[in-house]
Design a protein. Structure first.
Length: 252
């Protein structure tokens, strides 16, 4: 079934008690954070922007690093807050129906909306921390940006002098196997698997849909554009996420 949020909701969705959710960039667009691959996405408008999140370019080119740090500084000034989609998932957690919240986003908006940190698995890391690519020392993004304000345009690790990068998973970097394993367990142990605002083209995360379906979960996809897994889904919703998700989850 593809289209609008059904009214009434199917019983298997309304009665679900173990919902695992996977979110992508699409859930944060209404908070003012652009997505990547959509018609107006960051990489659609500027293909070179992808270099900022590609490890090989970041390590090899100080100019790319300086541009990436400037981008982080500009994002700090943005007024970004959770939207109705984030809040709907937080309420799902309050109802005791949220089994796990797996997110490809690095913005921290799920936690800001009230989703318990213990239920959120940040598959691609977080933009709120900075990590040294050499020694692994981890500090806050605020500390790194304060160094930019003080005049450093490419701050180095204070422990070993190595290259610093936001604690996010760039292209060319492996996902944390422990986080990915926990995500696979959550996908295999739910009655409904809900994919929201994700193109489902980046693996291995996209494969979590297949994991859930193989273990008997119903699959719901909420995304503006078609995904490779639409044919596997029990329900596909094309309505805007911020309006559709509260109705879909019965948290209006």
């Amino acid at each position: 079934m593809t289209g609008a949020v059904p009214d009434p909701l199917p019983g298997w969705l309304a009665e679900a008690r173990r919902v695992t959710v996977l979110t992508g960039a699409g859930i944060s667009t209404d908070s003012g954070i652009p997505d990547y691959r959509g018609p107006n996405g960051v990489w659609t408008r500027d293909p070179d922007a992808e270099k900022l999140v590609t490890l090989s370019y970041y390590v090899a080119d100080p100019g790319i690093r300086r541009k990436a740090w400037r981008m982080r500084a500009e994002m700090r000034a943005a007024d970004v807050a959770p939207n109705a989609g984030h809040r709907a998932l937080a309420r799902l957690g309050e109802q005791g129906r949220l089994h796990a919240l797996l997110t490809q986003n690095v913005d921290g908006l799920h936690q800001a909306a009230g989703s318990p940190p213990g239920t959120v698995l940040e598959l691609h890391g977080t933009v709120h921390a900075v990590e040294c690519l050499s020694c692994g020392d981890r500090t806050s993004m605020d500390d790194a940006l304060a160094r930019l304000d003080a005049g450093e345009d490419d701050p180095a690790c204070r422990v070993c002098g190595g290259i610093l990068k936001s604690a996010t998973v760039s292209f060319g970097q492996a996902l944390d196997e422990r986080v990915l394993g926990a995500a696979a367990e959550a996908a295999a142990d739910c009655d409904v698997f809900l994919a929201v605002g994700t193109s489902l083209v980046v693996h291995p995360v996209a494969g979590l849909v297949e994991v859930a379906a193989a273990h008997g979960a119903r699959v719901v996809i909420v995304n503006a554009e078609p995904t490779p897994y639409d044919d596997l889904a029990d329900l596909v919703v094309r309505e805007p996420i911020s309006t559709a998700l509260p109705r879909l989850l019965g948290t209006v």
